[in-house]
Every structure is written in structure tokens, then in C-alpha cells.
Ligand binder design. Structure first.
Ligand code: ADP
Ligand code: MG
Length: 338
């Protein structure tokens, strides 16, 4: 008798979910990215008990037409790419079609969505099983509510850290999403307590102030630089304003937050000998490039990417920072803050 059989869809989704959905912060990331991809102007993130109880994301984006709602929860189902060529020039944050089925396979998800033209839809999926699928009269946009995370995968539930740690992870990802999308009004509320609110007016400095405080934002200088392949812009703190960790550096490639050791080094390099050993700046750097120059399909959560001409980009960044810091480096002295 044959011993090999295909896994059921639900089981396959649960296995795949392990790569995409590690913790509550991964859910926030995936859902907010979906809202951004759907051209939302306003995104509200409402979390209870660090996501152990629930995560709700409300957006005013494109919504999903009723005929597509069921498909959206299928694995590898996406509206964002369709051909192999598209994969080499991904312009959206998502494209793998894995987030919704993954989340729905390991939690209880209710989505209410409308594209503003046909009648809206409400769908409830728990552990990959459809519990409810009906018409719902709603405004355009998407409201997605997740509870009982990892109820059916106890090992993963156990792997989660303390509520404080999980909340810190969520806050970190929300901050990076807000920094990457200053033209979207984002609110983040935890246990009825507002943690972040951005205006959505496109002003990155204001978003930086909302996250790192006004006095830090005032001590950051603007930089820009470009060549035939890349354009870099952003704000970086004067050498007097530093932190003991690299995590106050946000690198965004075409608005996607990524981690990259080499580019982080280039930022630090821009300070020359002005930074003390073990001290790092607060920086937000936007890198705009032709998507053909970046492969985002190397990491399931897309945290790491592969960039062509990375050395050239690194130099461009180092020079940009060096010049801005040199021009502004007298300001802290003038303010008597050193
Ligand atoms: P991906 O983002 O990689 O396409 P997802 O599983 O995250 O895959 O989402 C599947 C599809 O559902 C998306 O391609 C998109 O068409 C639709 N979708 C998901 N979330 C939203 C949203 N908030 N607003 C509009 N459409 C959405
Ligand atoms: Mg997605």
C-alpha cells in the first residue's frame, strides 16, 4: 500500500504558517502591509493583551470584491503578481499570497470587507475551517479581527515570549511601518491606550517625532544623494544623539523595512570617527530603486533582501550622511548640548 499522500490544505497551511507567522507582531506586519498595498489612507491597529487576546486592523483601502474573498484565503492566491516576470519587479509589499491562509489556519479570523461597489462580505475562518460566509453591508475598506492565536498549535503558543516582549515586537514593527508610510494615517492602540498616531500628511519628520520624541527629531539632519541606480533620502541624528543599539536605524527599500548588515555599516561609516564605539545613530533611510535591482523573495517574512550593486549603494549612503553631518555638526555646540 502506498505510504505517501498529499497533506490536506489546512495542514499544509499550518506548516507554511510557521515561516510567516512566528508571533503576534508577524500578524500585525502582514495585515498592515496588506492595508498599505490596498492604497489605504487610514489604518487603525487595535491590539489587546499583546495580541494574545486579539489583533484588529481597520483600513479604508480598496477592499476585496465579494467573489474574491474566499480565494484571498487560499494559499498562493494573490492579486499582486501573476507572471514570472512580475516576480523580478515586485512593487507591492506582499506577493506570496501566504499571509491570510497562514493566519486563518492558526487562529480565528473574521474579515469584513467591501470594495465599495458590490455588497460587502463577512467571512469567519477558524483553524482553516470556514465558519461563516455572508453578505455584510459595510463601507469600503477592510476590517479584520484575529483572536485565539495558535489555539490549535500549542507548541507555537508556548514558544511566545512574555506579553511585554511581544508588545515590544509589535510596537517595533508598527514604528517601522509608520516610518515607511508617512502618507498613511496610522493609529496603534493597545489595551485601549493609544501608543502611536501619525497624521498621514507625508511629513516623515513628524512621524520621527511621534516615535522618537520631538527633541530627538530636532537633532536629526536631512540627507539625500543619488546616482543612476539609486536615490537615498532620510534623516539621521547628529553625532551627539546616539543609542546603544542598532535598532534605531530603519532601512527602507521602496518603502519596505528591511534588515541589512552592510548598509547599516555604511550608515555608521558616514559618521567617520564621530561616533563612540558601541554607539549608533537614530536614522531613517529611504532607498528608491528600480525593483529589478532587488530580490525580495529570499526570506519568508521578507526581512532580508538581495540587492544588486550593494557596494555602490553603500558608498552612496555613506557619502550622503557624511556631507549632511559635516554641514550641521556645529549645531549641537552652538546649542551647548555637548
Ligand atoms: P499577498 O499580500 O501576498 O497578496 P495575502 O494572503 O496577504 O497575500 O492576501 C491575499 C490577497 O487578499 C491580496 O493579494 C489582496 O488582493 C487581498 N487583500 C488582503 N488584505 C487586504 C486588504 N486589507 N485590503 C484589500 N485587499 C486585501
Ligand atoms: Mg499580504
Amino acid at each position: 500500500m502506498a505510504k505517501i499522500h498529499e497533506l490536506t490544505e489546512v495542514l499544509a497551511d499550518q506548516i507554511a504558517a510557521g515561516e510567516v507567522i512566528e508571533r503576534p507582531a508577524s500578524i500585525v506586519k502582514e495585515l498592515v502591509e496588506n492595508s498599505v498595498d490596498a492604497h489605504s489612507r487610514q489604518i487603525d491597529i487595535i491590539v489587546e493583551n499583546s495580541g494574545f487576546d486579539s489583533i484588529r486592523i481597520i483600513d479604508d483601502g480598496d477592499g476585496i470584491e465579494s467573489d474574491d474573498v474566499f480565494t484571498a484565503f487560499k494559499r498562493h492566491a494573490t492579486s499582486k503578481i501573476s507572471s514570472r516576470q512580475d516576480l523580478f519587479k515586485v512593487a507591492s509589499l506582499g506577493f506570496r499570497g501566504e499571509a491570510l491562509p497562514s493566519i486563518a489556519s492558526v487562529s480565528d479570523v473574521t474579515m469584513i470587507t467591501s470594495n465599495g461597489t458590490d455588497s460587502g462580505t463577512e467571512i469567519n475562518i477558524r483553524g482553516g475551517e470556514i465558519i461563516k460566509h455572508s453578505v455584510a453591508a459595510v463601507r469600503q475598506g477592510t476590517d479584520i479581527f484575529m483572536k485565539d492565536l495558535f489555539f490549535n498549535t500549542p507548541a507555537r503558543l508556548k514558544y511566545l515570549k512574555s506579553p511585554q516582549t511581544e508588545l515590544a515586537q509589535i510596537t517595533d514593527i508598527v514604528d517601522r511601518l509608520a516610518l515607511g508610510n508617512p502618507d498613511v494615517a496610522i493609529t496603534f492602540t493597545h489595551n485601549q491606550h493609544e501608543i502611536l498616531r501619525t497624521a498621514g500628511n507625508g511629513n516623515l519628520q513628524q512621524v520621527i517625532a511621534a516615535i522618537y520624541g520631538i527633541s530627538n527629531a530636532r537633532q536629526m539632519v536631512y540627507f539625500e544623494n543619488e546616482d543612476a541606480d539609486f536615490r537615498v533620502t532620510g534623516y539621521t541624528s547628529l553625532p551627539a544623539v546616539t543609542r546603544a543599539s542598532r535598532q534605531y536605524i530603519t532601512i527602507l527599500i521602496n518603502r519596505r523595512y528591511i534588515r541589512n548588515y552592510q548598509l547599516t555599516r555604511s550608515i555608521i561609516q558616514g559618521y567617520g570617527s564621530k561616533l563612540m564605539v558601541g554607539r549608533y545613530p537614530i536614522s531613517v533611510i529611504n532607498i528608491e530603486l528600480d525593483p529589478i535591482l532587488v530580490d525580495v523573495n529570499v526570506h519568508p517574512a521578507k526581512r532580508e533582501v538581495r540587492i544588486s550593486k550593494e557596494d555602490q549603494l553603500g558608498q552612496l549612503i555613506a557619502t550622503a550622511l557624511q556631507e549632511s553631518i559635516a554641514q550641521e555638526n556645529l549645531i549641537p555646540d552652538a546649542l551647548g548640548e555637548l
